[in-house]
Design a protein around this ligand. Structure first.
Ligand code: PLP
Length: 738
């Protein structure tokens, strides 16, 4: 483990100055970093000091103008490779430390203590650094009865912090290789004065308490031992390893870096000896499970590094400084790492706080399993890629699932809607009544046929077309009513169909969001009306891109099917099969909207999972709703009609009426900076430049759609999301209310 590089007799200052190394230190503004940086400068080195300076920039104040110091304010998780250009040695101190801080949020701890450490090691290696010195901790040993643990002892980390150090040590060692040495220094619990003072370290805490409260608390019998190290000794050791780099081992090494091992009671007694007016008090609270002593001899033997400052030295320093500076309880409290980090976690990321998510949570994500992969591969290997047997099978499955006579697979829901209207005969001068709250497809396909979309306002609770307003929008030119089942919630189909029947109109359902939804006990798609589903990747099930038109009318189905493929009478599979005929006839000027077998291969395995997906979405929505009940600003739009099954494609929330659009957009920005994806479903078509300019008169009377367009947003929702993800979204929203 501890490769020998021979003993190094004390270096002279003159010798050190002749070896001006280029060093990058992360965590340079921290408790150890702010002691180390001035020492590295004093030893003649060039120092790039990297830190976020959560705890204030003043920690490096004394060195700030030093000609050999460069300060880089950066989060180590986004460390740019520039910082390492031309360096000899990298010193990785940046960490969430120590044990209690590491337990605040394990993924936060891991992202800084492990992921960022490995990232730094790789940057350093690529930049040609020769050595990487990693600040580890004796807390990796956890609890042990052994008298004095050597580096090859078993590690038994008891906390997230200690686990992160074990993981980082291993990952760092894995980066070592010829010309790139990695050394992990398992330091004892630090003590002593630093420009970035910490009073949550045992020796420091006891001394501050003795001075301020005349009391030193010892948990239990105080017999737990722990290794200790003066912060200045720690810094000296790093300086020595930087200066003496050619003596580093050739590969990787792990060393204990400790001055003494002491029991908690020993330390408390030393504090009382130094602050005689303080009493020693035994407490039973929060007994620390850590109990270990570490053997520092390997480092001494290999390098000559021998920390010499004793706890009593630190106790005296802290006592004298506390008295001289009139230390206050507030100052002690303010120096608490845990407190600062908790504040950091609560502060919006846009204002420099810690984002709720370190890995971005998207609005939607497809779930593709091995079944889909195998089926796609099978299709690719079959040699038949476009519309063929798999598409036909998928069509039958969908028809059976929704309960329709026909199902025609298309390359998108947009294509399915276009074909449905064209098959009905919608043409120049016609009007189609629809909702402004939809994706552009709904209005665009009407426009493409030379007809006009007539927008009718929506219900505030569902964003679905308000059936009570449809009748007054009907004119002699009206041909079709095209409702959209928003977010997967059925429109009031009885009302819509009875209006259509009274006026001799067709109904086309835009069910892009609604496969799997039911209305009064029957599935959307089963009512006989041409109904279009979308299998776009964000939808409840996907074929990458794709759609399906379902309907009951045989003649209309025949026309629609032809229209999906140029308007010709026979598809390519039929023409090319052994019994097929190469002849075909063009009956209509159609489109090229057919689905491929590669897409259908996905659908064949997505459809059987659909109901479970919707159940999962339902569960996530329930968590959102429960969590949102504690938030004042946002209300979910989720009034579910009795007897209906909401397909839960989207979880839409609205800000209060009258909230300006800029505030909603600020909330979208805030969520993005917290690592949360969002969407707006939808900003009304009547507000979009094209329809606003093309149809300027007809769209003034849409107050609900206009108001909701400005204050709705959709939160992440997809079946592989877990409960914790929902909690993250709620946490991000809570930050805005704080
Ligand atoms: C309501 C609505 N209609 C139609 C579509 C078009 O679907 P596709 O992308 O499959 O063409 C979408 C797509 O998001 C939609 O949300």
């Amino acid at each position: 483990m501890a490769a020998s590089w021979g003993s190094a007799p004390g270096m002279t200052t003159a010798h050190a100055h002749s070896l001006r190394r280029r060093v990058v230190v992360t965590g340079a503004g921290g408790y150890l970093g702010s002691v180390l940086v001035p020492k590295l400068l004093a030893a003649g080195h060039y120092v790039t000091a990297v830190d976020t300076f959560y705890f204030g920039r003043q920690t490096l104040e004394e060195s700030e103008d030093h000609p050999r110091l460069r300060v880089v304010v950066q989060d180590v998780r986004n460390l740019s490779s520039d910082v390492a250009r031309g360096i000899d040695t990298a010193i990785c101190l940046a960490a969430l430390s120590n044990d209690p801080a590491g337990d605040i949020d394990e993924s936060w701890t891991e992202s800084i203590n492990v992921d960022a450490t490995v990232h730094f090691a790789r940057i350093a290696k690529e930049a040609g650094a020769r050595a990487f010195l990693f600040a580890s901790s004796c807390s990796v040993y956890g609890a042990s009865d052994e008298r004095s643990l050597r580096e090859d002892a078993e590690v038994r980390p008891l906390t997230a912090y200690a686990r992160s150090k074990v993981a980082a040590e291993r990952a760092v060692a894995a980066e070592s290789g010829p010309g790139f040495t990695t050394v992990s220094l398992r330091m004892g619990t630090l003590f002593g004065i630093s420009p970035r003072m910490r009073y949550d370290l045992m020796v420091n805490a006891m001394t501050a308490s003795a001075v301020l409260h005349k009391k030193v608390g010892v948990d239990g019998d105080g017999q737990q031992r722990l290794p200790l190290l003066h912060v200045a000794d720690a810094a000296d050791a790093y300086v020595r390893l930087v200066t003496d780099a050619e003596r580093l081992p050739k590969t990787s090494a792990v060393y204990n870096l400790v001055s003494v091992n002491a029991s908690v009671r020993d330390v408390a007694e030393e504090v009382v000896a130094a602050v005689p007016e303080a009493d020693l008090a035994t407490t039973a609270k929060g007994l620390d499970a850590r109990d270990y002593a570490a053997d520092p001899s390997a480092l001494g033997r290999d390098t000559g590094i021998a920390p010499h400052r004793k706890p009593a030295d630190g106790i005296r320093e802290i006592r004298d400084s506390a008295v001289a500076r009139r230390l206050t309880p507030e100052e002690v409290e303010n120096a608490s790492t845990v407190r600062t980090l908790l504040e950091q976690a609560k502060r919006p990321a846009a204002h420099g706080g810690e984002p709720v998510r370190r890995d971005f949570l998207p609005l939607a994500k497809a779930d593709i399993g091995p079944e889909e992969e195998a089926e796609v591969l099978d299709t690719l290997r079959s040699g038949w890629l476009t519309t063929g047997p798999k598409t036909a099978r998928f069509e039958s499955m969908v028809a059976e699932y929704v309960g329709s006579r026909h199902a025609i697979a298309t390359n998108s829901c947009t294509g399915a809607l276009h074909v449905a209207l064209a098959a009905i005969g919608v043409t120049t001068g016609d009007e189609v009544i629809t909702t402004p709250i939809s994706w552009p497809s709904t209005a665009n396909v009407i426009w493409h046929l030379g007809a006009r979309p007539v927008f009718v306002d929506v219900e505030p609770a569902t964003l679905n077309i308000d059936a009570t307003l449809i009748e007054r929008a009907i004119t002699p030119r009206t041909k079709v009513i095209m409702p959209v089942h928003m977010a997967g919630q059925a429109c009031d189909m009885e009302a819509i169909e009875s209006i259509a029947a009274r006026h001799g109109l067709a109904v086309v359902e835009d069910a892009a969001h609604a496969i799997g939804a039911t209305h009064r006990g029957t599935r959307i798609g089963s009512r006989g009306n041409p109904t279009a589903f979308s299998f776009y990747p964000t939808k409840n099930m996907t074929t990458a891109e794709g759609g399906m038109l379902v309907l009951d009318d045989d003649e209309l189905a025949r026309t629609a099917r032809m229209l999906t493929l140029h308007g010709i009478s026979s598809d390519a599979w039929k023409r090319n099969s052994a019994t097929g005929s190469p002849h075909w006839q063009l009956h209509l000027p159609g489109f090229k909207y057919n689905m491929t077998d590669v897409q259908a291969a996905l659908g064949l395995h997505q459809l059987p999972k659909l109901d479970a997906y919707i159940d999962r979405r339902q569960h996530l929505c329930a968590l959102y709703s429960a969590g949102l009940s504690g938030l004042e600003r946002l209300t979910p739009l989720e009034t579910v009609r009795p007897d209906d099954r909401h397909a839960r494609h989207l979880f839409i929330v609205a800000l209060a009426e009258g909230t300006p659009e800029t505030e909603r957009d600020r909330l979208l920005d805030h969520l993005r900076s917290e690592g949360i994806g969002t969407g707006v479903h939808f900003r009304g078509m009547h507000l979009q430049p094209f329809y606003r300019d093309s149809l300027p008169h007809a769209y003034r009377d849409l107050p609900v759609a206009t108001s909701l367009s400005q204050r709705i947003l959709s939160l992440p929702l997809f079946p592989t999301m877990n409960d914790r993800d929902v909690e993250d979204v709620l946490d991000a929203l809570r930050k805005t209310e704080a």
